[in-house]
Design a protein around this ligand. Sequence first.
Ligand code: GLC
Length: 553
Amino acid sequence: MTEPRGDAAKWWQTGVVYQIYPMSFMDGDGDGVGDLMGIVSKLDYLNDGTEKSLGIDAIWLSPIYPSPNRDFGYDISDYRDIDPRYGDIEDFKLLLREAHDRKIRVVMDLVINHTSDQHPWFLEACKGRDNPHHDWYLWHKGKNGKAPNNWFAYFDKRAWWWVDEVRKFYLSTWCRYQPEVNWRNPRLKEAMFDVIRFWLDLGVDGYRIDVVNWFIKDEKFRSNPYRLQLTPPDYQKHIYDRNRPETHGLCREIRQLVDSYPDRFAVGEVFTNSPEEAASYYGNGDELHLAFNFAFLFRKWGASNFLREVDAWDRALKDRGWPTYTLSSHDQPGRHYSRYAKGKETDRRARVAAAMLLTLRGTPFLYYGEEIGMSNLKIARKQIQDPLGKKYWPFLKGRDPARTPMQWNGSPHGGFSTAVPWLPSHPDHRVVNVENQKGDPDSLLSFYRELIWLRKKTPALCRGGYRALVFPPTDCLAYVRAHGDRSVLVLLNFAGKRVTFTPPVGTGNDPLEGTWQVLFGTDRGKGSRLDVSTAIELDGYEVLIVQRTGGAG
Ligand code: GLC
């Protein structure tokens, strides 16, 4: 298995990133939609420098640029401004200052695979074939009046849309309102690179880059081959519209640009379920600083399932880069609190999942509200906002269920807004909310908070190597995180019943000898001693983190 290696020291490796969906985090001006001043008002909750706050190190904001909101900000009509629904550029500068004062870094979403169809570049591009912006997008005259190939659009009926003025089709593999840009055009590329500089110059700390593996399309627009799968988009092998080899060169250039600013980083959304594909965007340490691997989001509950994914991710990454881990996001398939729900055991499962996320070797990305156990809301058809839900109802309900307002307290709309919110609050906000949990040492929020601060103070946890001590099939995860002469052992029981962890014999260079002390746990007193060289009985869903205090190494 993976031997300890890789000494991470950058803030984007050791820190915890917290994703904010701005429409749903906090409404500062009472219009039912979250905004920047709302976020500012909650920064102390996220990190006020004391262990009373959650303690996260960075916030990633889903897009806040002006947008017609056909895909909720992922269709940008101006890359250099703030959508009025969130505030203005002065509010943004204030947010940056206030966040930085609290040592919270700010990560922007960068959606540069496509723009909105309302972006002035696209409006110009549609005016004529000789317009200077025309070639900034991907066009084709079609074949016999039809689309030139079989490419698939995620949110729409088709991927090619006719424009009379230029007598050509433009490409959008999302929805028709999201035309895709032509990265082979040097002027478009320079304009996008200027956008990247613009926000870095303002002081943002990094970017989450949207669908980075879709940037470049086959030059000949060849049709994808089909394969035996019933559901779109998997019935095509996406070899011509995704992961084109030239994308890596582009990622290297983006890396150089971002690295020309001190201490910044970029994490790519690689839209795939293959860890190898995701890993390829680290290049040889010269492409993106980090990439998401969404494997966890699609795994059923079970220690073996997660262990296999950790192993696959490690093998795919080799020494190329530092892993990332995440359990929930604003995209499918919803919040993990609901995914792993099992009656009365749900809350304990959420703790085991959180402990795994926050102690594996890699950067954890949290999704707003997971720290209090927010769950998916059932959305009635007429309330659906998400284009994905509109297209696939009733087979897919879309992404709205995981985008509901943050639950701050038990008042109407969960304290998110004084107005009716853009998406309804989950009715469980009366009980499941920050106010109820913040003073309760046994709450899920306290669990996250304690673990995040422990991680910060424990180099082995935030930057150490990783070595698994169990192999599938297993009910529990057991791994050592080691840094320098410090070793931490993490034991997580994914089963609702008692399980015995038997330490492997002859573990070679890192024996479990010596004296170990409980750092954190659900069932044992902090500071108590533990002999980890013999079998350990773990209670159902027990979380146990121990540190070697003496003896070997
Ligand atoms: C990414 C975003 C998603 C969006 C899509 C199109 O996958 O995470 O929310 O719909 O890109 O921009």
